[in-house]
Write a protein that binds this ligand. Sequence first.
Ligand code: NAD
Length: 370
Amino acid sequence: MDKFHYVSYAQEVIFAPGSLAQVSELVDRYGWKKVFVCTNHSMQKNGHLESLRSALGSRLVATFDQVQPHVQDVKVDQALGLANQDAVEAVIGLGGGSPIGMAKAVGYVRKPSIPVIAIPTTYAGSEMTAVYGITHSRENPPRKVTVSDPKIAPRLVLYDPELTLDLPPDLTASTGINALAHCIEALYSMKRNPISTAAATRGVRHIFNSILGCYTHPNDLEARTEMLQGAHLAGLSLASVSMGLHHGLCHVLGGTATIPHGIANSIILPHAIRFNADVTAPQLLPAAEAMGISLNGNSPRVSIEALAQKIFDLVGQMHLPQRLRDSGVGMEESDLPALAQLAFQNRTVQNNPKPITEPAQIEVLLRAAW
Ligand code: NAD
């Protein structure tokens, strides 16, 4: 790593249990008088939307609560219509990566563009990046693409671990593995740099320390706080690098095969680690060490095989699907060649540190994961 280049974003990040209560003070400090919220039904059910509403008072002029996974283009158009009607000055994404992605899309495509405030309630990490994914739902098959621009990065990120106490165990586990995957792909990224490597290494440590605690004792605020810190570091590492095969493939599995993002991550990650190991094993050693794998006397390849197996086992311990054919995922084996073709054209897949020269390589990985 004797040469590197990265862009960091002028974001304000606030991390504290109970920090949601500060939102009105912050909005006033930035001078935003009319704000718009993008969220989904679960935030209404668990009361987080109501808490945000009462904190914002008259500053909140409109709410779009119909966000669905993988940010459909038609939903962005609807939310944008609402934002335009009320001449809003900032947009808040409250929830997981999907509402935050929607807020980023609305903030960016609105002319003039408006700043985004991200209030994450999962471990997906989108709040830290200058990228959003959008699914072109009118195409056949529907296709998820990413849009990147420094202007997309949220201006303000408010992490309140109390908002994650009610994240159900399955979503805790799957979005937590998504955060772990950010660290793994940041460590071997073609664009890795000292900040991304430091953040990713520390991120793996926090995630591994706390994910099972959050899964088994959802109300453990200490574990939730450590896990959210891990997710923040994972998002920070993700923000300044390019991802590779793993993330590109998860986008194809999400956008085209409609597999939830965290589930796709949980199934694919061990296989992506194995696929890349002959090129990337040395870069992943800090992750192996952070997950308690002894490096003494082992070759990097052996340690990284142990890392892949440990993640596979962790996914099983948290009762997430481990295979593409498992119930709740339900992929047909006959779908794999077409998905491999689509993934081969994916820009993120093509940024993989180990060159991918033909779709057949991806099909082999998908068959191993099936
Ligand atoms: P999500 O936002 O779709 O949320 C998953 C589910 O969790 C939803 O049903 C939601 O209602 C529920 N949920 C969220 N918080 C909850 C809480 N506190 N209590 C109860 N239920 C809760 O999914 P996600 O996994 O958070 O994010 C995935 C999306 O984000 C994907 O579209 C992915 O591509 C995108 N993403 C983008 C980036 C980026 O940098 N742009 C990074 C990571 C993920």
